[in-house]
Design a protein around this ligand. Structure first.
Ligand SMILES: *[C@@H]1O[C@H](CO)[C@@H](O)[C@H](O)[C@H]1NC(C)=O
Ligand SMILES: *[C@@H]1O[C@H](CO)[C@@H](O)[C@H](O)[C@H]1NC(C)=O
Ligand SMILES: [Zn+2]
Length: 267
């Protein structure tokens, strides 16, 4: 079920430029990369649905990593197709201690919307394609929904096809979990707002897969929960809250469902 091309990711060290280039050469176009990625993601999403939905915080972080990390999906499917790797390391660092902006959990719950609180304070994960910011393309700055710190620049945003807003680099306001290189490659590292400690998402070392995007040169993919962000357009227009759902898509009706066209001459 998992595309064999995805499994080959296992053997690629993202820090080795040569193997990355060889990997690219094995694809004829970036479109094919996209196809193989979405195949992998589809697989992950489906297997997630089978699992119990009442996950506690740690379990939800595990499943997040399973869903988001293309590399970890590939590796766990190579070992066993049914059960996710149970030994994923977790970031146990307090989300409160040492951060400049401090609020009690009660205060946070009052300040933030339910979705914002779940992401920023509980380390939750939003459903893919559930944030209006995934499709945002204007110039501007993405700020922390908890403390207004600038976190990402629009120039670094790219479409990863994962359904989460993705960036090639973070601004200085982004804190990256300090993990060993093996974990960084396979599972990614947690990203937080360095000012308030709010959880933002994860960063992965697979940016080189996204040809013709800024991630190709940074080698990174900052996979962000849109709900943790507020977008401030540089033209001064209204801020966009990332916990807003995207506008409903206009469904184009397939031909066989469309009402028959009435030809005047048949009447
Ligand atoms: C984090 O906490 C869990 C459960 O308390 C523990 O099993 C794990 O070893 C800890 N991880 C680190 C990196 O400290
Ligand atoms: C998210 O939206 C993109 C573009 O419309 C689509 O290709 C992708 O399959 C969607 N992902 C999920 C998990 O719904
Ligand atoms: Zn913050």
């Amino acid at each position: 079920m998992v595309n064999i091309k995805s499994l080959s990711l296992l053997f690629i060290s993202s820090s080795t430029l040569h193997s990355s280039l060889a990997f690219h050469a094995s694809f004829q176009s970036s479109q094919q990369v996209g196809t193989s990625l979405s195949t992998t993601l589809l697989y992950a999403t489906n297997s997630d649905k089978d699992q119990s939905k009442n996950n506690d915080r740690l379990a939800s972080r595990k499943s997040k990593m399973g869903r988001r990390s293309i590399l970890s999906i590939a590796s766990s499917s190579a070992i066993t197709l049914s059960s996710p790797n149970p030994s994923l390391a977790m970031n146990n660092k307090s989300r409160t201690e040492g951060y400049a902006v401090q609020h009690t959990e009660r205060e946070w719950a009052y300040i933030l919307s339910g979705k914002q609180y779940n992401i920023l304070r509980e380390g939750g994960t939003e459903r893919p394609n559930s944030s209006i910011l995934e499709s945002e393309e204007r110039d501007g700055e993405y700020r922390c929904a908890g403390c207004n710190t600038p976190l990402f620049a629009s120039s670094q945003k790219f479409h990863s096809g994962t359904g989460w807003p993705s960036f090639a680099t973070g601004l200085a306001g982004v804190e990256v979990e300090n993990v060993n290189p093996v974990q960084a490659n396979l599972l990614g590292a947690e990203i937080r707002c360095a000012t308030c400690g709010g959880h933002l998402g994860d960063v992965f070392n697979d940016g080189y897969l996204f040809v013709n995007t800024p991630a190709f040169s940074s080698g990174k993919r900052f996979c962000v929960d849109g709900s943790a962000l507020i977008f401030k357009p540089s033209d001064g227009s209204e801020e966009v809250f990332g916990d807003t759902a995207p506008p409903a898509k206009k469904q184009e009706m397939p031909d066989f469902l469309a009402p028959p066209k009435i030809n005047a001459r048949d009447r």
